[in-house]
Structures are given as C-alpha cells and as structure tokens.
Write a protein that binds this ligand. Structure first.
Ligand SMILES: [Zn+2]
Ligand SMILES: [Zn+2]
Length: 113
C-alpha cells in the first residue's frame, strides 16, 4: 500500500465533481484514493480524474464503476494494488454511464477520447 491511499475516506459523491459544477458530462468515473474526489475518466471529454491527480498530487485512483475494483497510478501510468476503500465503492447502479442523465449529447460516442 502507498501513502496515496487512505481507505477511511468516503467518495465525494455520485458524479464527477467538476462536471457537476460546470454542467459537463462523463463516460466513466474514477475515485481518488487519497481524498475521495470523484472525477471523470480519460475517455471522457474533460478527464477530470487525471487533472485532479496532477493538481492535488494524488496519483492513485480506483474505478468508481459498478463491479470494477482496479486501481491506477497516474504518476507511474500503471495498475497498482489497493485495499478496500470506504463505501460506497461505486456510483449507484441505477445511474447511467455515460452520465449524468439529461446532460449527455446524442453524439457522445464521437466526443470520447
Ligand atoms: Zn469531469
Ligand atoms: Zn484527491
């Protein structure tokens, strides 16, 4: 385990923090393993999880998608191991991906990275 992982911190919410603030949308969600910040993935238009990792100096994320338990280290660009984090361990299963409902453009597939 690395110092970048704090298993006691719950996720910040059910959607990407910055996309919710700015009215954007995401494809998949990632959870910062240090502070719980939920951000959007590298396929999403704004890549807020990666931006948070760089700005906050929190390199490790865990997938926040239902059924996914992997960790990724943005500073090393490789998968890493991690412990169980504080629940909830994913976005709600009835929440769509891409999301959020009502803000995803019809041509979303052509907007992914
Ligand atoms: Zn985002
Ligand atoms: Zn963080």
């Amino acid at each position: 385990m690395t110092a970048a992982i704090d298993p006691s911190v719950p996720p910040s919410g059910t959607g990407c923090v910055e996309c919710e603030e700015l009215g954007g949308w995401w494809f998949h969600l990632r959870r910062c393993a240090t502070c719980g910040h939920v951000g959007c993935c590298d396929s999403s238009p704004s890549r807020h999880a990666r931006a948070h990792a760089a700005e906050a100096g929190h390199p490790v994320v865990r997938s926040f998608e239902p059924g996914e338990a992997w960790f990724w280290d943005f500073s090393a660009e490789r998968a890493v191991r991690g412990p169980e984090l504080a629940p909830p361990r994913s976005r709600p299963t009835d929440q769509p991906a891409p999301g959020p409902a009502g803000r995803v453009p019809a041509d979303w597939r052509s907007r992914l990275h």
